[in-house]
Design a protein around this ligand. Sequence first.
Ligand SMILES: Cc1ncc(COP(=O)(O)O)c(C=O)c1O
Length: 429
Amino acid sequence: MPLERDAQGQLHLGGVSLSAVAADAGTPAYVYDLDAVAASAHALTAAFDGAAGHLVAYAVKANTAGPVVRTLAAAGCGADVVSGAELLVALACGVSPDRIIYSGVAKTDRELDGAIGVGQRGIRAVQLESVEEIARVEARARAAGRRFGVSIRVNPSVDLGEVTHAHIATGHDEAKFGVAREDAGRAVELVGASPYLELVGMGMHVGSQLRETGAYVEAARSLFELVRALRASGKARSLVFVDTGGGFGVDYGTGPAAAPAEFVRAARAEQRAFGLDDLALYVEPGRSLIAAHGVLLARVIQTKVADAARWLMIDAGMNDLIRPALYQARHRVVPLRGAVDPARSRGWRVVGPVCESSDDFGEHPLPAEPPAEVALLDAGAYGYTMASRYNGRQLPVEVFVSGGGVVGRTERVSIEAWAEERARAGGIT
Ligand SMILES: Cc1ncc(COP(=O)(O)O)c(C=O)c1O
């Protein structure tokens, strides 16, 4: 069940009244519809048309909550992790090690040991993001006495300047991510020369919030062209997969984005065109599986009306949802009770309590007489996972909905516990 209003104008997510959740759990609170998350994974998996060995490696960074990761694992997803801690979450949620890939530009030895040492053979692959990293990963594999699977994340040199926000574009020449295309051949040779490393994949991830398939396909072509050339010259014979990354965009209210399945179909078509159909296709979606299926609930603390603006001050701030401050992102703000009548709405500048000018969710059409509670929409991805305790604020709680009811929720840590911990920092009192 999507986000919908009942006949009385009450907003529901997954069949659960959000006013009731706010009353029970307090605010700020994230609410996730696990059934809708599972449905989005199934829709994406169907786009592979049963292609052998394919993998939807859910980018755990988007939302690390166990119920979300478990739901996606049960729907057939593996995991793409970017830290030792995320790897532990994925494993604890039942993701099989051979369905986990590990990206990241600066993995510590301890993190590498965790990835190499798990299970019978370690995880599916560590994604190498620089030539320099190869010797480090090899040293850890040698220390573990294991031959270990690696994938080379290539930076396909695609400028997404016009396509997405600069902070979430990762596949251009100045990005710290990935092995430069011209260094990829050398990286393949170095891996091939190691008795401890096995090159199982070649991949990329060009950025996030791509609303059309064009730039993604362009980058995939660049990757596939490279892989085809390497194989033609007798290299990279051990490859098992190509990985075209995540980045499928969502509609934050500014117009539809291409469905994740369209990205997969387009990448598959290119893969076939380049004669690489013997390799499995991996993708690494985060946002597109979960963003639309989560909301952030907040209470209105007060209004402030001046000549310059009309502010609606809510109890959720940039510490709870940092995307607007970090990426100038916009999340629609809607009342929990009563739809907004455009003819009678006023523009309210919705801001949080954090002591920063950037604690600002933008102007939204809301009733002239402001609502008591609001929801910030499409907040399931990169919401709680980027939350902080800045200004001593409590972390928001998370509420999980499935089968038309609440199936679990986290507890709010008290401000007293935080104050005590800060006051005693370093054991000096
Ligand atoms: C390596 C990697 N893969 C996948 C993703 C997921 O991207 P998205 O949430 O846009 O699908 C990210 C996000 O930044 C990433 O860094």
